[in-house]
Write a protein that binds this ligand. Sequence first.
Ligand SMILES: Cc1cc2nc3c(=O)[nH]c(=O)nc-3n(C[C@H](O)[C@H](O)[C@H](O)COP(=O)(O)OP(=O)(O)OC[C@H]3O[C@@H](n4cnc5c(N)ncnc54)[C@H](O)[C@@H]3O)c2cc1C
Length: 398
Amino acid sequence: MGARRVGIVGGGIVGVALAHRIAGMGRDAAVTVLEKEPALARHQTGRNSGVVHAGLYYAPGSLKARLCRRGVALLAEFCATHGLAYDECGKVVVALDQVELGRLQGIHERAVANGVPGVRMVGRDELRELEPHVRGIAALHSPHTAVVDFGEVTRRLAADAAAAGAEIRTGVAVRAISQNGTGVAVAAGGDRLAFDQLVICGGLHTDRLARLAGHEGDPRVVPFRGEYYELAPGRRNLVNGLVYPVPDPRYPFLGVHLTRRVDGGVLVGPNAVLALAREGYRWRDLRLGDLAETLAWPGFRRMAARHWRTGVREVVGSLSRRAFCDAARRYVPELEPADLLRARSGVRAQAVARDGSLVDDFRISRQGRVVAIRNAPSPAATSSMAIAEHIAAWLFEG
Ligand SMILES: Cc1cc2nc3c(=O)[nH]c(=O)nc-3n(C[C@H](O)[C@H](O)[C@H](O)COP(=O)(O)OP(=O)(O)OC[C@H]3O[C@@H](n4cnc5c(N)ncnc54)[C@H](O)[C@@H]3O)c2cc1C
């Protein structure tokens, strides 16, 4: 028997981490990554906040909680051995009032249950020592939360995977997938490829690809754009590390935060507005087919009926720099609209179920010879090497 042929659709950090894992396992396997863009990490992986989440928020025992903690360990080690920037600048989650403080104490308990090292509640004075320009009545401090450049990490993972024998092909869009008892046939670019197993890590297109392979249609990806500003260079001293609000428990998004980047810049954002195309990075990026598909999904309509007020508020913040600034100024009162410069946006692939619920945990499904990652929102970049380990175990150990 020849080597087992494993195909991976998607050259974001999850697909590439999986190729890296399989190639490094020393199994008799031939792994091929198929990425439609001319380069890796062009979508979510290259357009995020760059935060190595420590695992504060996730329900203990969930895939997110487990794979995030394991992912941090693997990622930190990978960055250390490859000389990649990994800056443990620390994070504060700031409560503005007593209601938020109650929620923050719940997050503290989760963080402890998830085994996050060093987390503790700090009062107003200690918050001021950590972050002199930030106001709040108390905060949760996570000293080991870090930042990296996930695009850079992806390229290093790919280089190592290629050196270990993986084939990484860019500029190759997968258009059709069919499977039977003996294999999986994939039409990609102008080629017809044959694999023994296929893993779909297609980010914003993952639901469409999964349906092509015979997986069920529920959940669907709804694209939520996250827009960022960055602090003008002279104002970067307003924060030392990462400053987050207490998240609204009804949403999977963490709220506009201030994030230090490995290059010294400071991002402010992201908000969350419906993107009018799967890869709709600006309001003018409209694809009628994508939008019609979103609007036709009963899950989207149910979600919109429940959350339209928040949606309206987010759109106002998107259209007005002053409104965006007001959200951040609640934490950093010295911030002025003139301090904010437009920065690049990202689009999140958020799975929404038919009943209108936003899928919270990572979701990975298997149907015959095809595994599909149906929901890999934040912290999937942090967790990518652990997600890879998890899937590789499925593929090779049954
Ligand atoms: C605004 C924003 C902020 C975030 N902040 C953080 C953070 O701070 N920390 C964190 O851990 N996570 C964060 N995330 C989440 C994180 O970026 C994603 O969870 C992670 O990048 C998902 O990786 P992926 O490989 O699954 O998807 P992607 O990076 O989107 O990669 C999917 C790839 O599949 C390719 N593809 C799609 N269809 C096809 C096809 N038909 N043929 C071939 N290729 C195809 C795409 O071109 C793409 O390159 C954030 C996300 C966003 C959008």
